[in-house]
Structure formats: C-alpha cells, structure tokens
Design a protein around this ligand. Structure first.
Ligand code: NAP
Length: 350
C-alpha cells in the first residue's frame, strides 16, 4: 500500500482462527507482498502454540497461534481477518477499540442482526479506535456487489434478483448445517424460523442493496422450502437420515409497494439424493428487470479442489479488501462506500 507520503507500507495482518475459510485467507495473505501475517488467534486449545503454516496446510511461516487477545493486540496489527464459526461481539469491540480494523466473513454486512444495541457498541468502538469494520465473503458479500455493479447499466430498476445454487457437500461444517435445520425432520416445529434466524445476514444484504438503490423497504420477507434425503447420507462430517433435511431453497425478498424490489435466492444441498431434486447450477445468476433487462451468470469452476470452490471465493474478497478497509473512514462500512475491490496479486508465470 502507498501511504500519504508516497512510501510503500506493509499492512500487518492477524488471522482470527484457522478454519475452512481462514486457511484460504492465510494462503492469500502470504501471496501478497504488501501484507505481513504477524499473528493468529486460535479458538481450539490444541491449536495454541502451533505454527500457522502447519495449521493451514502450507510450509511453516514462523507465526504461532495464540488464544491470548492481549498478545495479539500488542502486536499492533493494522487489521484482523475475523473468520470464526460464530462471531463474538465483545471480541470484535476489543479489537476495534484497540485501533485494529476488522474484516469479517462471519455473519456481518450491516450488523443489524446483532441487534441495534450491539450495532451502536460496534460503531462507537470503531470510531473510538479510528478504524473500520467491514463484512465480506462471496455471499453474503461479493455476489450482491456484482449484481449492483451490473445494474449500473440501467436507467430504471424494477427488480434485482440474485440466485445462488450450490452443491455444498464439500463444505464440512456440520454445526453450520445443523443451525439451518439440516439433519432434522422437515416438520420439526419452528424449522422455518430456525433457518431464518441462522441466515439473518442475508436480510442485512438485502438492506445494504436497498441503500445502494436509495430505496426504502417496506419489509424483508423470508420463505424457505426444504429438500429431504431419499436415502441415508453419510457425508463423513455429518450423517443425515433418509427423510430428513439435506437441502434448502430459501428466498429473501425486500418489498417496496407490495412487490419485491430485491431478491436473494439460496439453494444449497448436501449429498446426492434429495427430493425435490432441485437443479444446481453451481454459482450465481443475477437477473435485473429494468431498462434494460440484464442477466449475469457468475460461475465458480470446480476443479476438484473444495478449497478453490467454497473457501477461496469467500476468503479472497475479504483479503483483497484489506487496503481499502484500512484506508476507509472510521465506523461500520459496507461495499457501497468502498472503492472498487479486485484481485491484487497477479501471476504472470502461469
Ligand atoms: N460470507 C460468505 O460468503 C461466507 C461463506 C462461507 C462461510 N462464511 C462464514 O465464515 C466464517 C468461517 O467459516 P468456516 O467455514 O471457516 O467456519 P468453520 O471452519 O466451521 O469454523 C471456523 C473456526 O471457528 C472456530 N470455532 C469453532 N467453534 C466455534 C464456536 N462455537 N464459536 C466461535 N468460534 C468457533 C474454530 O477456530 P480454530 O481454527 O481456531 O479452532 C474454527 O476453525 C463462518 O462464520 C461462516 O458462516 C461466510
């Protein structure tokens, strides 16, 4: 990064956890000469004291993981890549107050689903620390930005729809799937509400998109349908009995004047035996109704490596946003107010 004096400066990065997405983030940080990995937080006790390279499946990097937050703050990082399975608002506030920018892939776009009190606490902490908090990933995150960017070609917008359809079998996070109702009978009382609560960050996404369009939403609706396994599934990390939920087809809608202005369709399935057998297009279709109508297909090519398919497209938008977030105004920031974020590491040798 070039500072205000024209000098090249290195951005000091702490990686928060080394789970699926974080492993990929570490690879991206190590690939960028402007970024320096200086520390790592470990949630799991057995990871404390281990080299981050070992934890992330790359050669040793000389940085060991710790569960001591003060130790990480003392390293004076510029930014934490925050990628825990579940966010902890108190941890986030400590880091922001200490003057550390935070980029989260963990359930954060506007923060509204954390509750207005927590949003206010996070905003105040960021402002006190003079730093920014930004949420990213592929979806929530980049997918809605691609759709909004495509809509720049329109004079008028009637509706923007983003449809995600992914076979998520390689995404080995049993807790995340159980939180959505996967593995439970489809008639489990309250299952629709359970899945909605686990996906509230997509409501935040719809609200962020509405802000971009200068639209005031009357309400945001969520309607889920569940797919069930037509045989017992053993995914290695999770078993799903025949007849239980192994897929979801959920739709978030931001309503204006009784009609959806914004839509986010999420079709995720696990395993190879589901009823209804909804087709999976592996990626995103963005449909823009307006003047003109626009259709965008955003496909993730699956070369057989699950890291490239799910983790990398989630981690890289967060890592690539680091310079913009470090330079952003203090407070809670969304993609709407950041400059264009693109890949920053080129490889001309391939
Ligand atoms: N925006 C997007 O596009 C997108 C896409 C996929 C996932 N995500 C989100 O990104 C985050 C990371 O995803 P992931 O797949 O990497 O998650 P993960 O592998 O399930 O968990 C990440 C790490 O969280 C820590 N952890 C485990 N249990 C925890 C708990 N109960 N509370 C807090 N932390 C816990 C562990 O850290 P240690 O490694 O230190 O033990 C674990 O490795 C999640 O919040 C996920 O929902 C976002």
């Amino acid at each position: 990064m070039i500072d205000g004096w024209g000098n090249t400066v290195t951005i000091r990065v702490v990686q928060w956890t080394t789970g699926l997405i974080a492993k990929s983030a570490v690879r991206a940080v190590l690939a960028q000469p402007d970024l320096e990995l200086v520390g790592c937080y470990a949630y799991s006790a057995e990871k404390v004291g281990k080299d981050v390279g070992e934890l992330c499946g790359v050669p040793p990097v000389g940085v060991t993981a710790t569960d001591d937050i003060d130790e990480l703050i003392a390293l004076e990082p510029d930014v934490v890549l925050y990628m825990p399975q579940l966010p902890d608002v108190d941890h986030m506030i400590r880091l922001l107050e200490a003057g550390i920018n935070l980029i989260s892939t963990s359930y954060f776009i506007t923060g509204h689903s954390f509750g207005e009190d927590n949003v206010a606490r996070l905003r105040e902490a960021a402002e006190r620390g003079g730093v920014s908090l930004y949420g990213s990933g592929i979806n929530p995150g980049l997918a809605s930005v691609v759709a909004l960017t495509a809509a720049a070609a329109c004079r008028e917008i009637e509706r923007i729809s983003v449809f995600e359809a992914v076979d998520c079998t390689s995404y080995e996070s049993a807790e995340a799937w159980q939180a959505l109702g996967f593995g439970s009978p489809p008639d489990t009382p309250g299952i629709a509400e359970i899945s909605k609560q686990a996906m509230l960050v997509f409501q935040e996404t719809i609200e962020m998109m509405a802000t971009a369009l200068h639209a005031e939403l009357d309400e945001v609706r969520f309607t889920p349908q569940f797919g069930v396994a037509t045989k017992d599934l053993d995914l290695g990390y999770m078993k799903i009995a025949e007849g239980n939920v192994c897929g979801i087809n959920g739709r978030w809608q931001g309503i204006v004047g009784g009609k959806p202005l914004l839509e986010m369709g999420l079709l995720w399935r696990l395993g190879d035996a589901m009823e209804p057998d909804w087709p999976i297009e592996h990626g995103y279709v963005m449909e823009i109704r307006g003047v003109p109508n626009i259709r965008v297909r955003y496909e993730l090519e699956f070369g057989g490596d699950p890291e490239e398919y799910v983790a990398a497209p989630t981690a890289n938008p967060a890592v690539n946003a680091i310079p913009a977030v470090v330079a952003a105004r203090p407070g809670l920031v969304t993609a709407i107010e950041l400059p264009l974020i693109t890949a920053t590491s080129i490889n001309v040798s391939v």
